[in-house]
Design a protein around this ligand. Sequence first.
Ligand code: GLU
Length: 619
Amino acid sequence: MAGAERQHNVIQDLLADLHASFKDVREGRVADYIPELAKACPDDFGIVIATSGGRLYEIGDTRKEFTIQSISKPFIYALALKMLSLDFMATKIDVEPSGEAFNAISLDPESGKPRNPMINAGAIAASAQICDADPAGAVELLLDYFAELAGRRLTINDAVYLSEKVTGHRNRAIGHLLRNFNIIESDPEPALDLYFQQCAISVTCKDLAVMAATLACQGRNPFTGGQPLSKDITVRVLALMGTCGMYDFAGQWLHDVGIPAKSGVAGGVMAVIPGRLGIATYSPPLDAFGNSVRGVAVCRQLSVGVGLSLFNQYFQKDATIRRSYKGSQRQSRRWRSDQELRILAPHRDEVRIIHVQGVLDFGGIEQLAAELVQLGSDVRILILDLAHVTECPLESSGLLDRQLCAIEDQGVEILLSRAGRLPLVSMPGWKISERVEAYEHLDSALEAAEDLLIARYAEPADDGEGLGLGALEEHGLLQLLDEEHRRILAERMTLRSFAAGECVIRRGEPGDELFLVRSGRFDIAIDVRTGDGLSRATRLATFGPGLCFGEIGFVAGTPRSADIIATRPGACWVLHRDAFEALRCSHPDVVIALLTALTCDIGAKLTQTSVQLTLMEHY
Ligand code: GLU
């Protein structure tokens, strides 16, 4: 069946169990102090979990609309912070838990400041600041903002709005009291009107879960990718939800459940597990504190039953170091001449390769630092592969910079591999940026490390490019042949030059030539289908001086299986099939010697490839 999905996702099953466990609970009363709210159906019950990965799990009445009520408060306070700054808002509203009911007239006796933005006094004060900043456009501004938070356009339930507007005398009194203390600096009525409208915004349980997930993701909506709130503001709002979000049950809530949350009198509860989940429930009957009875029960069960309390976090012990191994365990795909291999062999373990993964926050950097300080004094080159690092938060990145600088100061050359997606190399204030080389592929970093070793340990006469330069008779492949055979072969080969970027061998062409590299660099690239199903041009191997290529097609007489490109100017000695065939008749012993040398060469390449593959299983 097209599009059919497997049943029994355990998370979905968990929601079904929770729903079944609490749907028959009959405690609590639907709020009726706003007459319109009394019309809610006490049996309505929905639960939604929205993850930071952008996945949704839901059960029950999750698409039925109800009014957001007090759950608007954290968002409105966040909007006020965004529009008017933290310092300004600190002059208007405190951030102390009040331990009083939502509608308490709880103001500081001297300054008149509301205790916090989660009680009505604080919320009305926050709405007033937004209203003052843009009196005419405030409602539209609010709806635009909520659209970003929920990922869809929300509307105001006029019946509930008007119902509260005509009966909200207590809130009106709070507004005027705030005016008296100059917390609200102009006529409080427009601010109260905005407050009544914001409380009457219609949401579904699913909307609340998406909004909660947005808070869980540091202000980024994981379903739309939009960023309605900054990380800084989100952190503050979550702290306030933690200490003041559940009316005067907040202390007990944090103790028992341990999840920042906010409830509303229409029956919604929104809870946030930072970094991970948004949870929303909808069930209108309320307990004596004004919190949804079933909502509290669901969150309590999630906290205790599946360990979601904020105070029950697991330290990801040593999860940051994905792998750490010595240079001798992994070679680049650049084939090296015997001469280069001899230089590299005793020094390969001066290279260390460390693959890092996950979030490089404080915990991640601590683990990386512990690994780095353990590096032996013989390590001279460090390849830091960051392909699996998901984030490097700005707050902790300075520590990483310092640690890398310290390692570099000790004479370790640092090569960053696959750091592309991270702002590491361009991090503001980073000192290490000027001191490290960054590579797009791990293989290029490995090759660079090998080049560094060769440059460091080669005799002055045979450094880098010069390796293998000289007469054909000195070429690595021909060293198994005796002098006479080498001479005969040399007479039949021609030296051909290639410009950088020139295609030497094209896929599908007949394999009529054998190439012995004299100078330059020659890459074989093929399209490899990777795990994600996409096809990527991948470097299979690179050949430099002293090596040969094109031998498979040449010996088997088959068409070329891949392109070979000169990546820098170079030259090869070329043996054409015609010359080779002529040799079969005139000098069969030379042909046998050459084929023997090629067999050894292919065998050596195969051995190295098998060793690398086997080692990779242990990484
Ligand atoms: N509009 C409601 C009021 O101010 C919101 C109360 C709440 O949800 O806590 O009375």
